[in-house]
Design a protein around this ligand. Structure first.
Ligand code: ATP
Length: 348
């Protein structure tokens, strides 16, 4: 097991360009499931590949278990990696796929057998040993790839969108399985995804990245409830947080906190607004409303609301209602830097 640390880690692919990864300071915790989350091109894969030793940093340091590993090969770093396209060897049986890395290392046969059985039992795939990859479902292939990654008992697990080839239903069950598996083996894991649901569900902590820079590191609740800037605020959550300009600040509140008067009002101060519904989307459990604020500080500005279907009676397109938001659910951001600021006056 190991802790990973990056210090001012930077990768510039083309001279003169801004870094694909820019001065990233990161420190995992022992046994932690750390998720790198960000949109396409934000530098997640490049960061992971530098930690793995597959990409040479332009500058900065990487430490694993307190040891500087910049000059070590991937194998010397004691890392296992599973990629988006976890190519299994098609001509080898599941068993031989799993023991392949051990064979390459010259591990004796008996030990290989033992390790394969251990890895396969963790993932519940012993019964598949004799099959070829083409005879497996997507989820089973996924598990074989994981088994192949853990047979060497790596000190660190690096996963790059390993679930992205699975369909939605399988993805959800594979997600849960992977989470439980990581807990069982207790190996520090760094997991790359652009899927916020995956990040929130699996991560002990989430590292939100954009344009090569870390915007925020925190627990799923930290990054969702207390976003450090408007990027994090709008990247997490679907539909995103409403961000409305007011004087020197940007005022943010999530659609699920912007509700018709009478719906589960929270204790404490709140502020109400007149809200005109332009159109709505019925999503079964909830109704998503797209509308415009009427009068007051936000007159004419667009806002989104997410109302539980059980409270959606009368919220028809073209109607106007009084909506409220709890003061503690309103976040303020600096209009220039887009970073969080301390509460200013709550506009009404
Ligand atoms: P995705 O989710 O699409 O995989 P990502 O967040 O993993 O995106 P990276 O793949 O790390 O992003 O890419 C970060 C930036 O670096 C992108 O602008 C990309 O075009 C650039 N980049 C990545 N690899 C190379 C390369 N080998 N040569 C030049 N530029 C590269």
């Amino acid at each position: 097991m190991a802790v990973v640390e990056t210090r001012k880690l930077t990768k510039v692919f083309k001279r003169g360009n801004v870094g694909a990864v820019n001065n990233v300071d990161l420190e995992s915790r022992e046994g932690e499931f750390l998720v790198l989350l960000g949109p396409s091109g934000s530098g997640k894969t490049t960061l992971l590949r530098m930690i793995a030793g597959l990409e040479e940093p332009t500058s900065g340091d990487i430490l694993i278990g307190g040891r500087l590993v910049n000059d070590l090969t991937p194998r010397e770093r004691g890392i296992a990696m599973v990629f988006q396209s976890y190519a299994l060897y098609p001509h080898l049986s599941v068993f031989n796929n799993i023991v392949f890395p051990l064979k390459a290392q010259g591990v004796p046969k008996e030990r290989r057998q033992k390790q394969a059985e251990w890895a396969a039992s963790l993932l519940g795939i012993q019964h598949l040993f004799a099959r070829k990859p083409r005879e497996l479902s997507g989820g089973e292939r996924q598990r074989v790839a994981l088994a192949r990654a853990i047979v060497r008992e790596p000190s660190l697990f690096l996963l790059d969108e390993p679930l992205s080839n699975l369909d939605a239903k399988l993805r959800a069950s594979a997600r849960e399985e992977l989470e439980q598996f990581q807990e069982r083996i207790g190996t520090t894991t760094i997991y790359v995804t652009h899927d916020q649901v995956e990040a929130m569900a699996m991560g002990d902590r989430v590292v939100v990245m954009s344009q090569g820079v870390v915007r925020q590191i925190g627990t799923p609740a930290d990054v969702y409830d207390e976003p450090a800037d408007t990027f994090v605020a709008t990247f997490l959550g679907s539909p995103p947080m409403n961000i409305l300009p007011f004087e020197e600040t940007l005022v943010g509140f999530r659609p699920e906190h912007f509700l018709p008067v009478g719906v589960s009002e929270r204790p404490g101060a709140s502020v109400s607004y007149s809200y005109h519904i332009d159109h709505s989307e019925y999503l079964g459990a909830e109704l998503v409303l797209y509308g415009v604020m009427v009068g007051g500080a936000f007159d004419g500005m667009k806002a989104i609301s997410r109302v539980p279907s059980t409270h959606a009676a009368g919220l028809t397109d073209g109607s106007t209602h009084t909506f409220w938001v709890g003061a503690s659910d309103v976040k303020f951001f600096d209009r220039v830097t887009s970073k969080r600021t301390t509460a200013s006056r709550l506009p009404s």
